[in-house]
Ligand binder design. Structure first.
Ligand code: GAR
Length: 202
């Protein structure tokens, strides 16, 4: 069975979606660890309530060593690292050793409204400011860049003229909760392979 770690920074609703899919039998994998770079992240409570091993590695305390510290915890223990609203940027050895084994969810249709500094509500504010008629979410493999690795799944939502950023965020989040477990399922079933920038097999 695929062993995964889920990295979070906040509410952990995407973590919850993964847990729900495992519990319903839709997803066959086990969550070996949940790591947060914020000590008060609600996702940590969600994990603890399911007896999942948790680690809090405060960004302010660990600074640029956070990637290496996470690598030390996860090396040899998991097959896949899932960034589910994790806001620190991974760099160094972990990217090499977990090449094509780290995935991230982003709340927009990459390559729009993504990259350094684009996270959370800001993404939706920018999408509305630009006047797009659709937005959505993307699950992609993580490489050395920010939100730049091969795309596994994208889900689209309609944007309405009177939308606030919060309303758009909620609509996108519903799709995230479908897309992220779906991407993990494809990986756990060995269905996909990467050819250049393309993810094939879905
Ligand atoms: C999600 O919307 C996720 O796409 C976003 O943070 C939120 C976390 O929500 N991630 C980014 O913006 C990364 N660039 P959650 O803690 O409820 O899963």
């Amino acid at each position: 069975m695929l062993k995964i770690a889920v990295l979070i920074s906040g509410s952990g609703s995407n973590l919850q979606a993964i847990i729900d899919n495992i519990e319903s039998g839709n997803l066959k994998c086990s969550i070996e660890a949940v790591i947060s770079d914020k000590k008060d992240a609600y996702g940590i409570d969600r994990a603890k309530s399911k007896n999942i091993k948790t680690y809090v590695m405060d960004k302010k305390q660990y600074g640029t060593t956070i990637s290496q510290e996470i690598f030390k915890i996860l090396d040899g223990k998991v097959d896949l690292i899932v960034l589910a609203g994790f806001l620190s940027i991974l760099q160094g050895e972990i990217l090499l050793k977990f090449k094509n084994k780290i995935i991230n969810i982003h709340p927009a249709l990459i390559p729009c409204f993504c990259g350094a500094g684009m996270y959370g509500i800001k993404v939706h504010e920018k999408a509305l400011e630009y006047g797009v008629k659709v937005s959505g979410c993307s699950v992609h493999f993580v490489d050395e860049g920010t939100d730049s690795g091969p795309i596994i799944i994208q889900k689209v939502v309609q944007v309405y003229g009177e939308d606030s950023a919060i309303e758009l965020q909620k609509r996108v989040l519903q799709q995230e909760h479908i897309a992220l477990p779906e991407a993990i399922k494809y990986i756990s079933e060995g269905k996909i392979r990467i050819v250049g920038r393309k993810v094939i097999g879905i």
